[in-house]
Design a protein around this ligand. Structure first.
Ligand SMILES: [Zn+2]
Length: 277
């Protein structure tokens, strides 16, 4: 039996047993994505194959065509593949995810994580403008860092201090002062510890694998940023090699800041996989 037929006949037998699944369908039906039953009925063979490879459930926006479903899942599969090819501990980290939601983008949010449910939400605009590998890693960092115990979070907080800015709007010119307050590497990271951790993880990824990425940090914060990297490394967030590249990047950055040369060091070029997708 081919996959589509198998899925359809499974769907039919599930319809016969609809009474048993009513509770689940009710809970899910108000959501903008497929219910588990919808998923079985509308899922394309490509989605199924991707689900199988990842070993997780994938839910997509309701009522989009099979072409859109395929294109979006293809884009997300590319993001997944890029991380899988590069980021050393990706498989172990992705094992802490239960479900992936690929939904219509509404507003500026491109990704979201629900660490308690072990879910990641990635958003797409149109049929193919979907969250990329960097967004996926940021959200993934929220999920796996939720497993770090209180010692980790206490240590992090003692490095950062208590100057996080919460929901305050800190974009634009106030950004660097906010970052300085807690030794964050991005404005977003200055909001709270959770975003700080996720963006420092992304920083390590970028200096290893995203040559075009630029970070504007204050040289005075480098010692605290280094402490954060060492702490994350102790929790097996990235490999020795990835840590060393990031520390080297910071050392170069510091040197250039001290000598008044370019604010940005040359991006380290290493192990970038071909831009085939
Ligand atoms: Zn976040």
């Amino acid at each position: 039996m081919n996959k589509t037929i198998a899925a359809l006949s499974l769907g039919t037998s599930l319809l016969a047993a609809a009474v048993a699944t009513t509770v689940i369908i009710d809970r899910r039906s108000k959501e903008p994505y497929d219910s588990p039953l919808d998923s079985l009925l509308h899922e394309t063979p490509l989605e199924e194959a991707f689900e199988e490879e990842l070993g997780i459930l994938i839910y997509q926006t309701r009522d989009i065509s099979a072409d859109w479903r395929n294109e979006r899942v293809f884009r997300i599969a590319q993001a997944y593949q890029r991380l899988n090819d590069n980021w050393d501990y990706f498989p172990e980290q992705f094992a802490s995810v239960d479900a992936l939601f690929i939904l219509d983008r509404d507003g500026s949010v491109i990704g979201r994580a629900d660490p308690e449910e072990r879910d990641i939400y990635l958003y797409c605009r149109g049929y193919d403008q979907c969250a990329n590998s960097r967004v996926l890693l940021h959200e993934l960092a929220h999920v796996f860092s939720a497993n770090f115990g209180p010692n980790f979070w206490n240590s992090w907080q003692s490095i950062s201090g208590s100057g996080y800015h919460g929901l305050e709007n800190i974009s634009g010119p106030r950004c660097s002062a906010a970052m300085d307050d807690v030794a964050a590497v991005t404005c977003h990271g200055a909001k709270n510890v959770l975003e700080d951790v996720a963006d420092v993880v992304l920083f390590v990824y970028d200096v290893n694998y995203t040559p075009s990425a630029r970070y504007g940090i204050s040289a005075e914060n480098i010692p605290r940023i280094e402490e954060k990297l060492l702490l994350l490394h102790r929790y097996e967030t990235f490999s020795d090699e990835e840590l060393h590249t990031a520390l080297r990047w910071l050392a170069q950055y510091n040197l250039r800041a001290l000598t008044g040369r370019s604010a940005y060091p040359e991006a380290p070029v290493i192990r970038i996989s071909p831009e085939a997708w």
